[in-house]
Design a protein around this ligand. Structure first.
Ligand SMILES: NC(=O)c1ccc[n+]([C@@H]2O[C@H](COP(=O)([O-])OP(=O)(O)OC[C@H]3O[C@@H](n4cnc5c(N)ncnc54)[C@H](OP(=O)(O)O)[C@@H]3O)[C@@H](O)[C@H]2O)c1
Length: 251
């Protein structure tokens, strides 16, 4: 029964897709701020070194078997966090896939239904299902932040500009899934206002990870900054925003 809010020290944080890339780096930066990390990973054994690394940075860590497309993993995540911490201060919805075959891959005419489905399974349906399941734990924090890791590839405003920076880059499954994720941000932010839960979309920038490729502009350390900033927003701060390093990104 949820009837009172607890004081959040240290902050209890779940990062999905923590095994590598931006999720791993965001977890390490949050560890350095003294957070208690739940590391959502699909390969538990392979992620043990990450736990040691989090501890070295001054954080506490628990590994969580979490494929966000699996309802049983989501249920178990809720049960484990509820049992050990009883609340969640921060949810970083970072897990994501890009299955279009690159930025110049599938278009809206060539993408298959299967690729659309698989992309949405993780980037949208899984993220929504996990957030819904963990919402009662977020409500138990004195205040909480949800960070949806989005992309400017999900910006309809930028895509709508025929001469804009995304001209010719229209990988449809990925872009549509991030646009849908942005809709989740604005819709959930409204519900969060009454519950002291801030919900924002983060654009990390174009970052050198497996997904972003070696050609990207930013290091993973730079890319994780927006995620960490939005994860640690104090109560009464901004919500329902789409940001890159503190600047608004057009929806
Ligand atoms: N890199 C960029 O330039 C860029 C730009 C804008 C937005 N983003 C977004 O940033 C987020 C992280 O991307 P990244 O660049 O760090 O990519 P990445 O290096 O490919 O890492 C993706 C992470 O997501 C996990 N994952 C994939 N499907 C999952 C599922 N069904 N359940 C749980 N975890 C799953 C992966 O786990 P495994 O190790 O088990 O595969 C991995 O930890 C994504 O949402 C991406 O769309 C990235």
């Amino acid at each position: 029964m949820i009837n009172s809010r607890t004081i959040a020290t240290p902050l209890v944080v779940l990062v999905t897709g923590a095994s590598r890339g931006l999720g791993r780096e965001a977890a390490l930066q949050l560890a350095a701020k003294g957070c208690r990390l739940w590391l959502g990973v699909r390969d538990l054994a392979g992620s043990q070194p990450l736990v040691d690394e989090v501890r070295k940075r001054g954080g506490q860590a628990e590994l969580l078997q979490l494929d966000i497309t699996k309802p049983e993993d989501i249920r178990s995540a809720f049960e484990k966090i509820a049992a050990l911490d009883g609340r969640l201060d921060v949810l970083v919805n970072n897990a994501g896939v890009m299955l279009d075959g690159g930025w110049l891959g599938n278009t809206s005419l060539t993408v298959s239904g299967a690729t659309l489905q698989q992309t949405f399974d993780t980037n949208f349906f899984g993220t929504v299902a996990l957030t819904q399941a963990l919402w009662p734990l977020l409500e138990r924090a004195s205040s909480a932040n949800v960070v949806n890791v989005s992309s400017r590839m999900g910006s309809n405003a930028i895509h709508a500009d025929p001469d804009g920076p995304l001209k010719g880059a229209k990988p449809f499954a990925y872009d549509a899934s991030k646009a849908a994720l942005n809709a989740f941000t604005t819709h959930l932010a409204e519900l969060g206002r009454d519950a002291n839960i801030q919900v924002n979309s983060a654009y990390p920038g174009w970052v050198r990870t497996e997904l972003g490729s070696d050609y990207a502009d930013l290091s993973v350390e730079e890319g994780a900054r927006t995620l960490v900033e939005l994860a640690l927003l104090p109560a009464g701060s901004r919500t329902g925003r789409f940001e890159f390093l503190g600047e608004d990104v057009p929806w």
